[in-house]
Design a protein around this ligand. Structure first.
Ligand code: GTP
Ligand code: MG
Length: 544
């Protein structure tokens, strides 16, 4: 199997960790980039969907014999892959080689009969393993599906040799694992099974941080219910002088269609979907959605429809994240930094979102001399004749990573991290907006405190939700963190005594330094900070 460059570098990093040596220079990483052929987003998605379609999720008893379990499964066909994890009990994800094996396993599976309660007879690929030999057990190795707590992370970061090594240690600890991504695609496939009961041509695709290469263990699972194939499947062929059309309900707008469909699907998920709890319809939002928890997977899911541009944005981020290792490492580190200090939040509000923050990092990387990454317009010109238009918006960019010339910039991660913080600590937010299409500042067309042009719907601002005080908090934190990193460069001999580098800027003491001399303000920041820490810990717990 070909691997994307970062996986290679990270694997290499892991293998050298045992010897307490982990060093990946920008040059080394760039060479690794050039060595491998990288998979396109579409190919990777296709592969993941295929794996998910061949998989079942099995809730296991506390004690059982793994060998016998595998033998039991192999009666139904060859198992390609399996792993165990904990979420409200032990679970197994089992991928078969052939879909017929799942049919065979399901045919041999009983419908439960409770004495007091009745069951909703919806047969899914979520099964329960019953074992009548409680004593016949072997210890099962469960893979971790959640991030280590922040204090443990800080200790690990302090053991690194330099900031570059810290950033890759952070990635190793917090990034989505292959198994976690498999589990996410399996949940997506289970939800698709619900949707296709009504709309056989529907597909459900994960988007956002599950697939954009910046996902952190415990992040939400964004799902896109795509009904576009329904129109495409009919030929519309004329027979003699006749054609035929489906008789369908007419409603006032596309938004109403989306709301109605999501409403019905949410009822199905709520009433029939095994393991789906806390289903909420949020249909009046700008982008209507259904939120629920998939308990056996330990994932919070947001299901949307009519949101193709978000899927395209995820692909764009994937392209940037896999173009050069430093992009993914830097975005990941800054997303964690912002989260720890409550600059971003899982709850919607007037704060900067991970999406906006990522745009800011990309813009900064385009502004380096020479640039670390190309502009969106350059990616568009590399696409050749392949146009991609969504609802009249030009979303064209190259999807083959191998067609993008390698970066001429070889700055190290620590320089980029420090300069990012300085760049935005001093950015003229009053006058300038951020434009990743051109890689240049643009005059702000309105008075929003933070203006980041939507790369595809170019008249929109992706950060229009951000208010003045949240932007000020971001600027103050950026300045304070830049100052901390700079100070440490000047006093590197004191490293052994205190948290340093990335660990130092993750500590709450950084945000305590905000707005020195303004006591009242500082108190506010401290409570925000505690809220942020609690949220980040809660999020970690959610995935357990
Ligand atoms: P997490 O915080 O880890 O979930 O990051 P995320 O990238 O998944 O962000 P989120 O779940 O908030 O949003 C999912 C996707 O929706 C993003 O990756 C974007 O593609 C898209 N999106 C989110 N916010 C905006 C926005 O303000 N404008 C636009 N155009 N798209 C957005
Ligand atoms: Mg998300």
């Amino acid at each position: 199997m070909k691997m994307c460059s970062l996986t290679r570098v990270t694997n290499r990093a892991v293998s050298t960790l045992g010897g307490n040596k982990l060093k990946v220079s920008a040059e080394e990483a760039t060479v690794a980039d050039q060595e491998v052929t990288r998979k396109s987003f579409t190919d990777l998605q296709r592969e993941r969907h295929k794996q998910a379609n061949l998989s079942v999720l099995i809730s296991c008893p506390p004690y059982f014999n793994e060998n016998k379990f595998m033998k039991y499964l192999s009666q139904h066909g060859k198992v390609a892959n399996h792993f165990f994890y904990e979420s409200y009990g032990t679970h197994a994800v089992v991928e078969f080689v052939e879909r017929e094996s799942i049919d065979s396993l399901r045919a041999a599976t009983r419908v439960p009969h409770g004495d007091d309660e009745c069951v909703v007879p919806f047969k899914s690929r979520l099964l329960t393993l019953k074992s009548d030999r409680a004593l016949d057990r072997t210890s099962i190795q469960c893979l971790r599906q959640s991030a280590v707590p922040i204090n443990e992370l800080i200790q690990k970061l302090c053991k690194a040799q330099d900031i570059n090594e810290q950033v890759y240690t952070l990635l190793d600890e917090y990034q989505l694992t292959d198994e976690n991504i498999r589990l996410r695609f399996l949940v997506s496939s289970l939800i698709k099974d619900v949707a296709t009961a009504y709309f056989p041509e529907a597909t459900v695709d994960p988007f956002g941080s599950t697939v954009n290469s910046f996902g952190k263990l415990g992040c939400d699972l964004d799902l896109f219910l795509d009904l576009d194939n329904i129109g495409k499947s009919s030929t519309g062929k004329a027979a003699g002088s006749f054609t035929s059309e489906y008789l369908m309900k007419h409603v006032p707008s596309g938004r109403v269609v989306t709301q109605r469909i999501l409403s019905v699907i949410s009822e199905c998920i709520d009433n029939f979907g095994p393991g789906c709890t806390g289903v909420q319809k949020i249909l009046n939002a700008r982008c209507p959605l259904v939120r629920f928890t998939h308990q056996p997977a330990g994932l919070q899911c947001d299901l949307t429809s009519d949101n193709r541009i978000a899927l395209r944005s995820s692909e764009l981020l994937y392209i940037y994240g896999n173009y050069d290792n430093r992009v993914r490492a830097l975005v990941f580190a800054l997303r964690c930094w912002a989260r720890v200090h409550g600059i971003t939040s899982a709850i919607p509000g007037a704060w900067i979102t991970n999406f906006s923050l990522t745009m800011m990092v990309l813009f900064f990387l385009q502004k380096r001399n020479p640039p670390v990454i190309p502009t969106l317009d350059q990616l568009k010109s590399l696409a050749g004749k392949d146009k991609f238009i969504v609802d009249g918006n030009d979303c064209t960019f190259v999807s083959d990573l191998n067609k993008i010339p390698p970066s001429k910039n070889s700055e190290s991660i620590d320089v980029l991290l420090c300069d990012f913080l300085e760049f935005y600590g001093n950015f003229d937010f009053i006058k300038n907006g951020i434009n990743i299409r051109k890689g240049k500042e643009q005059n702000k067309p309105d008075s929003s405190p933070l203006y980041i042009q939507n790369p595809f719907e170019q008249t929109l601002n992706v950060s229009r939700n951000v208010n003045h005080s949240q932007l000020e908090r971001f600027i103050a934190l950026a300045r304070e963190s830049a100052w901390v990193l700079q100070e440490q460069r000047n006093h590197s001999s004191e490293r052994d005594k205190q948290a340093w580098g990335l660990a130092a800027v993750f500590l709450p003491s950084v945000s305590q330094g905000f707005g020195k001399g303004k006591r009242k303000k500082r108190k506010g920041f401290a409570s925000e900070r505690i809220k942020g820490l609690l949220e980040s810990l809660k999020n970690t717990d959610k995935a357990r």
